[in-house]
Every structure is written in structure tokens, then in C-alpha cells.
Design a protein around this ligand. Structure first.
Ligand SMILES: NC(=O)c1ccc[n+]([C@@H]2O[C@H](COP(=O)([O-])OP(=O)(O)OC[C@H]3O[C@@H](n4cnc5c(N)ncnc54)[C@H](O)[C@@H]3O)[C@@H](O)[C@H]2O)c1
Length: 404
């Protein structure tokens, strides 16, 4: 698959036009389909396709991958990859890419908007105005400048929020279970309790690992300062909403913003059911933290770029399923990509095949991840087809690609 003109791309679920143009600019033949395809339809359409792009609705099952005779990579033009059978993709040596960072800025901006809105009690003022009540009282309304923001989970989103909140004049504390570098003047807390007891606003940005289910409940709300504000834009399962309702109803907390829920309606017409409905100074949003046009465009661009680089250079940086590896490409070389089972002696065997055929290795990089290894070997000059046949015949070989 070295001839760019022959690279066929199938994009499903109305993937952003930026992705289409990025892939067309690479010289690929791109077909963009409006809807998701079911398994049977996808099995029919996948033959001869080198790159597949999906969003969250299309299920890329083991059967689909079995029928995919030419597929080298899948782009998940979203954050999650649950819709793709990753084990089956790895087994076939197919790389899967997603866009883990593309919507983080959007989440951060929503969190900041909500922190300001709740600290100024905007939702209550707005509701009163709609009821014809003109209430200019400043009581309970504050500037965010000088207040302390406690960030639980200092990852991609938490760290960006830390920087922007400091720019607004907030003091920032954070707590993370992993060792994290404090950005700017942010203060690391040794325990979550320390953060809860000292923050005016507490915001959760943890990931959805199983251990986090229900980790924030009555005990944690009780630890928060009276008059504090709470936000959750991470995962619905991490917070006990009954306990949150009680903390708000008792007046212990004065506001909350929640974007994610333990169970969320499947479609547009389905009723949203939650303990948090109908409370004053509570902002409820339908899981839109990352839903902006900018994030969609960034996802399109980011994933399309990953796919194009993978076709051209074989690099797997940020792949969800294959070992992550990046070897700068050099001109005038052939690049052999060898996806293999992670077993002792594979590298030695590959190199002895190359040596037996007097092939000179100009550059080489190996990385492993779980059951699989990914080896890039750059060679200069010509070599016989026998080299590739012998590499393909190795019992550990999962897939061999040659780029030139
Ligand atoms: N609302 C939305 O639309 C939306 C959009 C994007 C991401 N998210 C969610 O936001 C969350 C954060 O995303 P991210 O990209 O910053 O993730 P990330 O993986 O970069 O960061 C998560 C951080 O939380 C830490 N952590 C995990 N469990 C913890 C715990 N119990 N206590 C303290 N720290 C803990 C991890 O060590 C990590 O540093 C994720 O759950 C993600 O699914 C929501």
C-alpha cells in the first residue's frame, strides 16, 4: 500500500469535512457516508478499504475485521473506542487511533463559565428575571478572583483548567492519585480531604476507571467548606447524586454544575431523570462538555492526520491498541513494518534474515505492548522478495507492511 492514489478511505457517520479534505489532500480516494452502517452492511463495504473512519455508533466487530482484507488502520473520530473490537484489531495488526485531547479545551471553558455563573448566582438571577422579579442584591454573589479552586484529577483537562483559572486570579489546589507536576502556582494536596476542606469550588476531572465509581459521596460533600460550589464534568458514575442533592438542599453547598450522569437518556426525545432536577443554582447540561464545533473540527483534523501519517510513515504514536512508536522517516529508504507476537528472540530472528541477505539496516525501533510488538526497520538499497517472504513466514509475524 505504498501508492497513495490507491489508498481507499471509507468514512461513516458524517465525519467532519476537515477530515475529508485532509485525507483527499494526501491523495486518497475518500468515500464519506452520512449514517452508521450495521455489521452486515459494513462487511459488504469494507473489502478493499485501507482506512476506516467511524464515530460512536458504528460497531467495528471481529466479523467486520475478518472481512477487512486491506484495512491497515481505523480512525475513531471521537474520544471513546468501545465501539471497536480492539483485541481483534490488534490481532490483525490494524492500528486504531482516536482523539483523546481534541475536546479538552471545550470542557475547560464550560467549567470556567459555570464557576463564574454559580459564584455570581447567575442562574437564580436569570430565573427571577424571567418571573418578572428585579433583584439587584449583591448578597451571596462573589468574584472568582481570590477564591480557591480545588481540582480533583490533574490530567489533560484538570491541568488546562488550572492554568486558565489562575489567569482569572483564582488560587488553585489539586489532588491526583498519580504524581503530577504542578503548573503555575498550583498547590498539590497530599489528600483529597485537604483539598475539600480548603477549596471554595471543587471540580472533578478524574477518569472513569472502575475504582472511581461512587468515590464522591456524602462523606466528601460533608468535608467541603460550607457555601462551597461543586462541579462534575468527568463521569456520571463517580458521584452519588442523592448525597449531592442533600448537600444542596441543606444549604451546605450553594451551587453545583453537573454535565454527566450515571444514566443518560439514549436519544433526544427520552426524558432526563435525575435527583438534581428543579434545584436552584444548579446548572444541568446534557453531557456537552466537549460538544463544540471547534472540538469536532479538531477531532476531524487530528484523527485524519494520524491516519495519513500512519499510512506514510507507519508511526503509531498515540495508537489505542498497538505499541506506540515513532521513527523519523528518511528519504531514499524502504521501511519494513513488522507487527508480531511479543516473544523472546523476534528481533534477533528478523535481523538474522536481513543479515543473511546482506541487507543493511539504516534505522530500527522496536516497541512492545502486552501481547504485541511493533518493529520499524529502515533499509537502504535494494533487497530480494525472498527477505519479505521469510519475514512473513516467521511464526510470530502478525502483519508485514512495506513502505517506500
Ligand atoms: N463532559 C464531557 O463532555 C467530557 C469530555 C471529555 C472528557 N470528559 C471526561 O473528563 C475526565 C478527565 O479527562 P482527561 O482527558 O483530563 O483525563 P486524564 O486521563 O488526562 O486525567 C484524569 C486524571 O485523573 C486522575 N485520577 C483518576 N482517579 C482519581 C482519583 N480517584 N482521585 C484523584 N485523581 C484521580 C488520573 O491520575 C489522571 O491524572 C474523563 O473522565 C473524561 O471521560 C468529559
Amino acid at each position: 500500500m505504498t501508492d497513495q492514489a490507491k489508498v481507499r478511505v471509507l468514512l461513516l457517520e458524517s465525519i467532519h469535512p476537515d477530515a475529508v479534505s485532509r485525507l483527499e489532500t494526501a491523495g486518497y480516494q475518500v468515500e464519506s457516508v452520512r449514517n452508521a452502517l450495521d455489521e452486515v452492511e459494513l462487511i459488504e463495504r469494507i473489502k478493499g478499504v485501507h482506512l476506516l473512519g467511524v464515530r460512536s455508533k458504528t460497531q467495528v466487530t471481529a466479523k467486520v475485521l475478518e472481512a477487512a482484507d486491506s484495512l491497515v488502520a481505523i480512525g475513531a473520530f471521537c474520544i471513546g473506542t468501545d465501539q471497536i473490537d480492539l483485541a481483534a484489531a490488534s490481532q490483525a495488526g490494524i492500528a486504531v487511533f482516536n482523539a483523546p485531547f481534541s475536546n479538552t479545551r471545550s470542557v475547560v471553558e464550560l467549567a470556567l463559565a459555570e464557576i463564574i455563573a454559580m459564584t455570581r448566582r447567575l442562574t437564580e438571577k436569570n430565573n427571577l428575571m424571567h418571573e418578572g422579579v428585579w433583584d439587584k442584591a449583591a448578597v451571596g454573589s462573589h468574584e472568582v478572583r481570590g477564591r480557591r479552586l480545588g481540582i480533583v484529577g490533574y490530567g489533560n483537562i484538570g491541568t488546562q483548567l488550572s492554568v486558565l483559572a489562575e489567569n482569572l486570579g483564582m488560587h488553585v489546589s489539586f489532588y491526583d492519585t498519580a504524581d503530577k507536576l504542578a503548573l503555575g502556582n498550583a498547590q498539590r494536596c497530599a489528600s483529597m480531604d485537604e483539598l475539600l476542606e480548603t477549596s471554595d469550588v471543587v471540580t472533578l476531572h478524574v477518569d472513569g476507571r472502575p475504582g472511581n465509581a461512587g468515590f464522591f459521596g456524602a462523606e466528601q460533600f460533608a468535608r467541603m467548606r460550607p457555601g462551597a460550589i461543586f462541579l462534575n464534568l468527568s463521569r456520571g458514575i463517580v458521584v452519588d447524586h442523592v448525597a449531592l442533592r442533600e448537600s444542596l438542599a441543606s444549604g451546605h453547598l450553594v451551587g453545583a454544575a453537573v454535565d454527566v450522569f450515571p444514566t443518560e437518556p439514549k436519544g433526544r426525545g427520552d426524558e432526563f431523570v435525575s435527583e438534581l432536577r428543579g434545584l436552584p443554582n444548579v446548572i444541568l447540561t446534557p453531557h456537552i462538555g466537549g460538544s463544540t464545533e471547534e472540538a469536532q473540527s479538531d477531532i476531524g483534523d487530528f484523527v485524519a492526520n494520524k491516519l495519513a501519517l500512519f499510512v506514510r510513515e507507519g508511526n503509531t504514536t498515540l495508537s489505542v491498541n498497538l505499541p506506540s512508536i515513532a521513527l523519523p522517516s528518511a528519504t531514499g529508504m524502504s521501511r519494513i513494518i513488522h507487527v508480531h507476537l511479543n516473544m523472546p528472540g523476534v528481533l534477533a530472528q528478523v535481523n538474522s534474515i536481513l543479515a543473511e541477505h546482506s541487507v543493511n539496516v539504516e534505522g530500527q525501533l522496536l516497541s512492545t505492548r502486552g501481547e504485541y510488538g511493533y518493529l520499524i526497520t529502515d533499509i537502504g538499497g535494494s533487497y530480494s522478495a525472498d527477505v519479505l517472504d521469510q519475514l512473513r513466514a516467521m511464526s510470530q509475524t502478525v502483519r508485514l507492511r512495506v513502505l517506500s
